[in-house]
Design a protein around this ligand. Structure first.
Ligand code: KG4
Ligand code: ZN
Length: 344
């Protein structure tokens, strides 16, 4: 029988438990369970709660993904799992499950970098990535501008990274100050619809650099809110102006990088790629610069197992070396290669 094996991908780095099945770049099925609601009243992810809910959700989520794909566990030919970065306990639950399955099925195991998963998510919707492409990763924990060649074989080049907070973190923290619910990103996005993006002149830090900084913006937003003490806060204007500042900085640098490096494709991935203004401004600026924009559909932007399976599938087809069964997690792994096989 020809063809490459079916790869089961497992994701458990934060508050989403994901399982996905991919073969030859095609998504066969996936399922996600989220413990987000359990963290909401604490205003952020509680690691112990996340780990425990991964433990409860892992088997049902794998079963659901297999059901959606019309497959049995014995059809799985390789297992890929996020080994970092992320919450240590949360990562360990996914890795333990993945090891058990790989060992029981007698199939190879691959350790995957979570952010490479976000990059690969787009291939499931729009096909193989062109070599090279510029990738903007914008999530709750990371903001990076990357030059990506062959994701399975070549090192990933960082053009710029955030020097402090991530873009999603900025949304989440400012939303809290504005009295909006957790998670803050979607709440800012919704609230901003009724606001004026030019109402507050928030700063655009680090012009002329591909690095990002969002903590000054966060402080400016908090000062602006404090300035309204005793009066009603025009939250919609604040949200729209903050969103505009973030979207402006992100898309300006990403499109400038495409021009400087002569790259014709920009891929925007991670939870903040779900933001409506980030998407529309990226579209506008890419069109003006004659750059092809790729953004995965919403369900593949936020954490999921399909994106990890997508990396596993690329690694399998590139003939990459599997991870030893003693592989461990690396909660603060830098993004250098898509495969992440920290020593036991
Ligand atoms: O990639 P992701 O699901 O998890 C991480 O790996 O961090 O990203 C989550 C982040 C959160 O900060 C959340 O507030 C943000 O993505 N986010 C958004 C939107 N949807 C999710 N930020 C702005 N606008 C949105 N619509
Ligand atoms: Zn993520």
């Amino acid at each position: 029988m020809g063809g490459s094996p079916i790869v089961l991908g497992i994701e458990s780095s934060c508050d989403e438990t994901g399982a996905g099945l991919v073969r030859d770049g095609r998504l066969l099925g996936h399922a996600v369970a989220s413990s987000m609601a359990e963290h909401a009243r604490y205003g952020g992810v509680v690691p112990e709660i996340a780990s425990r809910s991964h433990l409860h959700a892992l088997r049902p989520v794998i079963r659901q993904a297999l059901g959606e794909a019309g497959l049995a566990l014995t059809d799985v030919g390789a297992v890929a799992v996020t080994t970092g970065p992320g919450l240590s306990g949360a990562l360990q639950v996914g890795l333990a499950g993945a090891k058990g399955l790989a060992y029981a099925l007698g199939v190879p195991l691959y350790g995957v970098h979570h952010l490479a998963g976000h990059v690969a998510a787009d291939t499931l919707a729009h096909g193989p990535l062109p070599d090279p492409c510029v990738v903007l990763i914008v999530s709750g924990g990371h903001t990076s501008l990357l030059l990506v060649r062959d994701l399975a074989r070549e090192p990933i080049v960082h053009l710029g990274d955030t020097l402090d907070d991530a873009a999603g973190e900025c949304f989440d923290k400012v939303a809290r100050v504005f009295g909006l619910p957790y998670p803050g990103g979607p709440a800012i996005d919704r609230t901003a619809r009724a606001g004026d993006p030019r109402a507050v002149p928030f700063p655009r830090p680090l012009p002329g650099s591909y690095d990002f900084s969002f903590s000054g913006l966060k402080t400016a937003a908090a000062r602006w809110a404090e300035g309204h003490a005793g009066r009603e806060l025009p939250v919609a204007d604040g949200a729209a102006s903050l969103q505009e500042a973030v979207a402006d900085v992100l898309t300006r640098k990403a499109v400038a990088a495409c021009a400087e490096y002569g790259v014709g494709t920009l891929v925007v991935v991670g939870g903040v790629a779900a933001n409506s203004r980030v998407r529309s401004l990226a579209e506008e600026r890419c069109r003006a610069a004659d750059v092809t924009l790729r953004v995965p559909p919403l369900g593949l932007c936020t954490d999921n197992g399909a994106m990890i399976a997508a990396v596993g599938d690329l690694l399998v087809r590139a003939g990459a070396e599997p991870a030893p069964l003693g592989v461990s997690v690396d909660p603060s792994a830098p993004l250098e290669y898509a495969a992440l096989h920290p020593a036991a």
